[in-house]
Design a protein around this ligand. Structure first.
Ligand code: GDP
Length: 424
């Protein structure tokens, strides 16, 4: 049985927490896209962790954690992340890395940094983790696959070719030091030795796992609105954030994904540039940011303050539809407990017309939010375990959102911890 856990919004919905929680009853957890550019915050009996590349299931000793072929694999980053959790008392996790995953190289980080600097005020707000240059190279067919690390002749020739084109850009566009093929080859040899113990034919492993009736979780990074095709292009990430891509990025048949748990946040937050219709500013935003998530809404990778907004029913309904949500986990609801009234965005006004359909970016940039206001519950709901025990106005908020998005809310998260969950 394969379940995907993905985001309906701009990321930071709390997928890490839901994955960590569901990993308890799972055998295998797979990252299928993205890289170390976004973080998942997880709080459990070992402490508080910000994971970037490891799947959020690494805290149990019965699980296997997999880096699928769709991931941007930063090898030293992965090894450091493994070491850092082991140092804090987590049992050494069982980790497998796809032999078809491609390697994020130091020059991807450099190109990301140089390009953001070149674009200056028009930059994408990249985390400078090398993700866009990595995926560009993958599709330009000059990426390096894990399996290629083990063939020195192939590797040498490939690196020569890479340096030829990259060095033209470094010299003439960025005016930066050139790449040295010998040095890159040396780096790749070090990477090979670091990754060797983990390398596996992941799709074959998962195929056997599915046939043996294992429970498999696919953990997505970011959310629907950051998908390069269906999100707010070009202010998106460079790999698909959708459950459908889970099949490709893990290497399993699409029909095996039976359940798509789509994580929806009770208010909105976003990092990076791009249209954000229900965005709020000033003191109103500062207060929500300060109270949001667990200890404030600041990027897990960069520490940047996140942009804040009210719940956006238009974006979220679309985000759920494009994920193919079969159920919704509604998160960080406890954070809204300070409000007497809660604004919610229920439509977009574009050129004088109100719509409930999420448009392509060019139109989205003209959209103004149509807001309605729901009564708040104005109390702390942390610690509540049963849906019936929630305040009336809180249940009304949940049921209003459920109706707007058209997907059953099966879980309500009312705190950052593993056990802060209400099953419905
Ligand atoms: P992810 O990338 O989707 O895994 O999300 P992040 O980990 O970046 O952001 C979620 C943040 O909210 C983290 O700091 C979590 O600890 C926290 N969090 C998750 N669920 C809840 C919740 O229900 N209530 C509160 N207060 N915080 C939560």
């Amino acid at each position: 049985m394969v379940r995907a856990i993905v985001g309906a919004n701009w990321g930071d919905e709390g997928k890490g927490k839901i994955t960590d929680m569901l990993a308890k009853e799972s055998d295998i957890i797979v990252r299928f896209q993205g890289g170390s550019n976004a973080g998942h915050t997880i709080i459990n009996n070992y402490g508080k962790f910000a994971l970037h590349l490891l799947p959020s299931g690494v805290f149990y000793d019965h699980t296997t954690s997999i880096i699928g072929n769709g991931v941007a694999l930063n090898i030293p980053y992965l090894i450091n992340e493994i070491d850092s959790i082991v140092e804090r008392g987590v049992p050494k996790p069982h980790i497998l890395v796809s032999d078809r995953a491609q390697i994020l190289m130091p020059y991807h980080v450099l190109f990301d940094t140089y390009e953001e600097a070149r674009l200056a005020g028009k930059s994408f707000g990249s985390t400078k983790s090398g993700i866009a240059p990595f995926y560009s190279d993958k599709y330009a067919k000059i990426g390096i696959q894990v399996s290629e690390l083990f063939d020195e002749a192939v590797l040498k020739e490939k690196i020569e070719g890479i340096c030829e084109t990259k060095n033209v850009l470094l010299e003439h566009l960025y005016h930066k030091p050139l790449l040295d093929p010998a040095e890159l080859f040396e780096t790749c040899c070090q990477y090979r030795d670091m990754i060797e113990p983990y390398v596996c034919d992941v799709s074959a492993y998962l195929y056997d796992g599915i046939r043996a009736g294992k429970t498999i979780l696919l953990e997505g990074q970011l959310g629907s609105l950051k998908d390069p095709d269906h999100g707010i292009y070009p202010m998106v990430t460079s790999s698909s954030t959708l459950a459908a891509y889970g099949a490709i990025g893990a290497g399993i048949p699409p029909y095996e994904i039976k359940d798509i748990i789509t994580v929806v946040k009770a208010y909105s937050s976003a990092v990076g540039a791009g249209a954000f219709v229900s965005e709020i500013f000033g003191e109103e935003a500062d207060e929500l940011r300060r109270r949001g998530g667990d200890g404030g809404e600041f990027g897990a990778t960069t520490g940047r303050p996140r942009r804040m907004g009210w719940f956006d029913a238009v974006a979220t309904r679309y985000g759920c539809r494009i994920q193919g949500a079969t159920e919704v986990a509604f998160t960080v609801l406890d954070v809204l407990g300070y409000l007497k009234e809660i604004p919610v965005c229920i439509g977009y006004e574009i050129d004088g017309e109100v719509t409930k359909d999420f448009p392509a970016t060019i139109k989205l940039e003209k959209a103004k939010p149509v807001l309605t206001t729901l009564p708040g519950w104005n109390c702390d709901i942390r610690g509540i375990k049963k849906y019936e025990d929630l305040p009336e106005n809180c249940k009304n908020y949940i049921e209003f959102v459920e109706k707007e998005i058209g997907v059953r809310i099966s879980m309500v998260s009312n705190g950052p911890g593993r056990d802060d969950i209400i099953m419905r």
